[in-house]
Design a protein around this ligand. Structure first.
Ligand SMILES: NC(=O)c1ccc[n+]([C@@H]2O[C@H](COP(=O)([O-])OP(=O)(O)OC[C@H]3O[C@@H](n4cnc5c(N)ncnc54)[C@H](O)[C@@H]3O)[C@@H](O)[C@H]2O)c1
Length: 396
């Protein structure tokens, strides 16, 4: 099949390489021309896709990146994988979806299967994509991406894929496409079900993370270890699912997607009572961490050197979007500490470079990647661990 994937970020590049590997003729379309040149030179910008994988599909002739809109016409399949952030009022910002849709409307003259993989609220495929394209009768399906960058166990191949289409033919075509590189395909009765499943999955995660974060604070105040309690509870073989506390949530999904659900709930007049407080608990975690660090460091960090270790939002990825490390650093600086940071995967961030761990008065472990120099970390005067890695250290 001739496939165009609009957006070559975490989701789009993963799908493009998966489809190219399966033998489809894939164009990775992106508005970022630097990224396009980099991809055509065989350089990956995300974890989970190596340079060798890109080289392989380029040399087989099944993948090319481009920014020319004329590349879209004549495609069998067009996958939309663009950002779906929140605006300043924390409402869904569909401007990227609209831009991708308008790109299709302007350039694609023959019927194609249009699939939206970007995360959005139920109704997006029908009302924000299909209804904006009037000149050509395309086939439309929703298949929200579930990829977890950095996860070695679950890939696009073995993570079950949901599909919902506007018509049975669209579903059949989407199944035919995904069956070439995904093991398990689950058809649901409408695109709205597929879209809602994705935001419900991430809301479930956000609410449960908030619950353990709140519980960790209660446990600490009681004088017991929250992690030990959670591990103990997790010995129950049914009716309990383990989540672990941390310094807050980051990335493109957990801090964002639940607000898409709250938005539709608001539109249909149903209160989404869990989402806002869960977000507030998670957003307040950096302040809690800093309060504990100050308390643990003899009630003051003024004039002390602090290294924040791990600024990516989760283990083994270099992604710093919405990372709670930003607030941890800013709050430590407000308390008068001299703060540097170290991340063995992130070289530079916010105009600063990754520095050394050794020699600081205080180390705050926010995110732990494989290969972290734990001996250097332990050599700092006081260590606060947000990851449950260092036995006996203060932390959450
Ligand atoms: N990152 C994840 O782990 C993950 C997992 C599942 C779902 N999602 C969802 O997938 C979608 C994409 O997320 P991502 O992490 O891949 O984003 P990203 O920021 O990594 O990549 C998006 C890409 O789209 C490009 N782009 C923006 N507007 C464009 C346009 N009009 N035409 C062509 N290219 C355009 C950008 O230049 C960028 O390269 C979002 O809805 C996100 O919520 C992300």
């Amino acid at each position: 099949m001739r496939v165009v994937v609009i957006g070559q970020g975490y989701v789009g590049l993963t799908i493009a390489v998966g489809a190219a590997d399966a033998g489809h003729s894939v164009t990775g379309y992106d508005v970022n021309e630097n990224l396009v040149s980099q991809l055509n030179a065989g350089i990956s910008h995300i974890e989970g896709i190596s340079n060798a994988q890109i080289d392989k599909v380029i040399s087989r002739g099944t993948f090319v990146a481009g920014s020319d809109s004329s590349l879209l016409d004549g495609s069998d399949v067009i996958v939309i994988a663009v950002p779906t952030p929140l605006d300043d009022a924390r409402n869904p910002d569909l401007s990227y979806i609209h831009a991708a849709t308008d790109l299709i409307a302007r350039n694609v003259k023959s019927p194609a299967l249009i699939i939206n993989e970007s995360t959005s609220y139920p109704g997006t495929l029908r009302t924000e994509i299909a209804s904006r394209i009037t000149a050509v009768d395309h086939f439309y399906a929703s298949s929200p991406e579930r990829v977890d960058p950095g996860n070695d166990q679950w890939s696009i191949k073995n993570t079950p894929r949901l599909i919902g289409g506007l018509t049975p033919t669209a579903v059949a075509k989407a199944r035919e496409f995904y069956a070439t590189f995904c093991d398990t395909i689950i058809e649901v009765s409408s695109p709205e079900v597929a879209e809602a499943a994705k935001i419900f999955e991430n809301t479930f995660r956000q609410v449960n993370i908030a619950l353990v974060n709140e519980f960790a604070q209660i446990a600490d105040a009681i004088g017991i270890s929250g992690r030990e309690v959670i591990d103990a509870a997790a010995t129950k073989p049914f009716g309990f699912m383990e989540f672990n506390p941390g310094p807050g949530v980051g990335g493109h999904c957990i801090p964002v997607d639940p607000s898409y659900l709250a938005h539709v709930a608001n539109q249909v007049g149903v209160p989404a009572t869990f989402i806002k407080p869960a977000n507030e608990v998670n957003v307040a975690m950096p302040a809690y961490v800093v309060g504990r660090v100050v308390a643990g460091a003899d009630a003051s960090i003024k004039g002390k050197t602090v290294v924040v270790v791990g600024v990516a939002y989760k283990s083994n990825v270099a992604d710093t979007r919405e990372t709670p490390a930003a607030a941890v650093i800013d709050l430590l600086r407000q308390r008068g500490a001299t703060v540097t940071w170290h991340d063995n995967l992130v070289g530079s961030w916010r105009g600063e470079s990754s520095g050394a761990i050794k020699g600081s008065d205080i180390a705050v472990l926010v995110t732990k990647h494989d290969g972290l120099d734990l001996a250097a970390l332990k050599s700092c005067g006081y260590v606060f661990d947000c990851t449950g890695t260092i036995a006996g250290a203060d932390g959450i």
